[in-house]
Ligand binder design. Structure first.
Ligand code: ADP
Length: 320
């Protein structure tokens, strides 16, 4: 369905964002691209709908090279959802949803029907919301409109770039559930970018883990968990699996201890899985925390307990 052949993207300043990417995304599959910030996820996505030109290689959709498509046909056939959806402020919700159908010259009746049908799927009552303006909706509701707008004209492919990352945990979970439902109903080919492994594991048929512009592993959630290709994948899958929360010790670090040389301390990655941290701390009273090869601070048991306690509090609030 979507095929990348040795795709490289070099920006004008020489940054190589994506290098030699070979990838095949199957028809109807929910494909998640995940990796640390700056690894090339957005660049990969934007090359598919020609928002960015390739520096090298080729991308095929249904066997046809993307440059051979008429640009309008290509874009109309590819829905696109961004992190911060920009709805047209002066148009009603219904008009916002039917922008592409309108360009495709659908009948008024058909557009209305489609808009209402999609609004119901994501729990927005058409009677209440159709005539509202975007400013009369919450952030989560606007994001929901953004998602269904991308689906309105029945595109064959949907690209989503961290569509839920700006939302609070509850709206986020609700939208993920909506998406799971839509996924079963519509069976669209979806390419979804995130940096949240829990989100990836929940939604994906297959996950592609990227690092430094290259693919580290592509596989089903089970394959990544049970047969990680290397330590990076293992860490990445592990890190994020603490009940859906990313380990982020940053705020809990103690200053680097000058009285004891950090070199002789046991080090742990800032995003190490909780289990590893606790194991190491059972022998040591203090660990040096490392990020990108540099020691950025120290951590002890007391700080870990503080960290866990804030996490539990957050969860308590989220469960209310
Ligand atoms: P991700 O989506 O994984 O965070 P991006 O695809 O946005 O990563 O970026 C990949 C790399 O390309 C990063 O190093 C980023 O700084 C760089 N980059 C992105 N856009 C540009 C640009 N317009 N010009 C130069 N470098 C860019």
């Amino acid at each position: 369905m979507i095929k990348f052949e040795k795709v490289t993207k070099r920006y004008d300043d020489g940054t190589v964002a994506v290098e030699g990417l070979d990838l095949e995304i199957h028809r109807g599959e929910f494909f998640v691209i995940i990796g640390p910030s700056g690894c090339g996820k957005t660049t990969t996505l934007k090359m598919m709908n020609r928002l960015l030109p390739l520096s090298d290689g080729m991308i095929f959709i249904d066997g046809k090279e993307i440059n051979e498509y008429d640009i309008h046909d290509l874009r109309w056939n590819i829905g696109y959802v961004l992190q911060q959806i920009a709805l047209f402020p002066h148009m009603t919700i219904e008009e916002n949803i039917t922008v592409v159908p309108e360009m495709k010259k659908w009948s008024k009746e058909k557009m209305k029907q489609r808009a209402h049908e999609l609004m119901e799927v994501v729990g927005l009552d058409p009677n209440t919301y159709s005539d509202r303006k975007p400013s009369q909706l919450s952030g989560g509701e606007q994001q929901r409109v953004g998602v269904i707008r991308a689906l309105a004209a029945n595109p064959g492919i949907i690209l989503m770039d961290e569509p839920f990352s700006a939302l609070d945990p509850i709206s986020r979970e609700k939208l993920q559930d909506d998406l799971l439902f839509l996924k079963k109903e519509l069976k669209k080919t979806t390419v979804f970018v995130t940096h949240d492994m829990q989100e990836a594991l929940k939604l994906a048929d297959r996950i592609c883990i990227m690092k430094d512009g290259k693919i580290v592993q592509v596989g089903t959630p089970q394959e990544l968990m049970h047969q990680p290709a290397n330590e990076f994948v293992k860490q990445f899958v592990g890190d994020n699996s603490f009940r859906g929360e990313e380990m982020n010790l940053g705020k809990f670090l103690l200053p680097i201890d000058d009285t004891r040389t950090t070199e002789s301390s046991i080090t742990v990655s800032v995003s190490a899985p909780l289990k590893e941290l606790l194991e190491k701390l059972s022998d040591e009273d203090q660990l040096a925390v490392e990020q990108d090869g540099e020691i950025i601070g120290m951590i002890n048991r007391q700080r870990i307990i503080q960290y866990l306690s804030t996490r539990l509090q957050k969860r308590g609030i989220a469960n209310e």
